[in-house]
Design a binder for this molecule. Sequence first.
Ligand SMILES: Nc1ncnc2c1ncn2[C@@H]1O[C@H](COP(=O)(O)OP(=O)(O)OP(=O)(O)O)[C@@H](O)[C@H]1O
Length: 568
Amino acid sequence: MLRTNKPSPSHSLPNWKILVPYWVSEEKWKAWGLLGLIIGLSLLYVRTAVWFGIWDQKFFDAFFAFHIGAALGMLPLYIAMSALSAGVYVLQTYLTQILSMRWRLWNTNIYLQHYLQNTTYYRLEHDARIRADNPDQRIADDLAQMTTLVLRLGLDAIQAVMTLLSFSIVLWNIGGALPVPFGGHVYHVPGYLFFGTVIISILVSLFMEKVGSPLVNADYQQQHYDADLRASLLDLRRDAEQVAFYKGEDAEHLRFSTHLAHIAKNWRKVVRYTWRANFVGTFYNQTASVILWVLLVPKLLDHTLTVGTYARINAAFMQVRRSLQWFMDNYTDLATLRATLQRLAEFEGVMQQMPSQGILCKPTHNLTVSTHNLVLNLPSGQSLLDVGDLTFKAGERWAISGASGSGKSTFLRSLAGLWPYGSGEVCLNSAKSMFIPQQSYVPSGSLRQALAYPLPPEQHDLQAYVAALHAVNLGNYVPHLDNEQVWSNILSGGEQQRLALARAFLVRPSILFLDEATSAMDAENERWLYGALLMHLPHCTLISITHHEALNAYHQKQIILQNGKAFF
Ligand SMILES: Nc1ncnc2c1ncn2[C@@H]1O[C@H](COP(=O)(O)OP(=O)(O)OP(=O)(O)O)[C@@H](O)[C@H]1O
């Protein structure tokens, strides 16, 4: 997992562009259909609010005129309207959740495709020049947060606009005109309640943007530091045994404390900026009624304000004010969304970078593996190894040796097409090849699944699994083939290497590359395995990296890497 201490918000995609693909994808009709339905329900919900306003006016006028019978007779209508409004709200929320999940699943699949294609997941971990911290968090959390927030905020915004339109008319019509005496004349300002509300709301929103804008960056960093802590905890889980042997608890605690210190330091910023934004928002909410009372003084003086009219104006004023302050109410969520979009756009930009094209990998159909003018560099451009021209003919067995750090594994990576840094050409029939690295990968699940990896377990029959396990001296595990376990915690290092080699007996590749694939075994098992390979796969081309001279006996040819050159 790559982590950086300094998050970099730079990226190549405009942030909003990552919202587009789903809405033009093969799912677009369903997506737009659902969205249309949700917006329709939103409009209906706003409409019910208007009906409530009309009801309020009639009810309060009747009630305060002591027409109690008429007033109480209106209550069943109120209950019916409440039921309708609640039903519309629930259905709208339900459909929004469905749309949000569909969008998230679609996006996550696309991101997973991008992450897995061109071995991007590998490049992100091995090329220090490519920076995308915590891809797991971006794929698992950021995408979920993005879809939920975009839909909620977007639909809220649409509802706010509809509410604004509906209630502005009410406010304009019922509010009437403001008589302003000036220079001996009385001028009438139409819709003064409406204009008053709009001007005040806009001014408060602008102030809010000024007060709250640092929250976006603080939020971006908060997500980053949280992910770092989680990644460290995952490291501890993965390497629990090593840490336990080293008694590294204090060192681990120190590491977590460092992450916690970052979180706490940044959290203080988040709290400070949120506090400011919330203060402005709450203060305005509390004082808004006072503003209305001041605006209503002229109507009170000219005796045009009944209780019913006040109730309706008050409701309309609140609705217009709430829709105009949508931006303010959602400021902290908008800040989170902006930070999330920034992180995702940055990640998408990194995933879209094409791998370096230094070393050319030519697929072949024959069984000869060859290199031409092959030169390996480090990602920084520094030269590592000059391999030149090499040919491994079908059925030949080669041992590669050299000092630690001389470039043995990197040479195999270049043959596998995982190392693009350098120049020259590699020709390989990859469909007939198999690479077994030093660190075995034993996924959790049944032993059968682990053996078959990356193919599905049905690929081979029971007999093949039994034979493969016996061939690598793991016959005692035959009864456990279908036991689901975290096998990487149960099998010893040497057993994990034998399990990885058992895959070769199952798949029977024509070309087999071993990168110190028997290094964790005792000499007897190591010899057993090479003997078994020669017996069961006699025509297989074998290219092994090894530090053990005794294994040279199982190979016919040798390559020695020394002083940046390959000697053979
Ligand atoms: N992703 C990377 N980024 C930068 N340098 C790297 C990277 N991978 C390997 N190197 C460097 O390349 C050199 C060769 O590494 P490599 O793993 O090929 O050595 P090796 O001969 O297999 O060593 P060993 O016998 O210890 O496994 C080392 O100095 C290593 O630090």
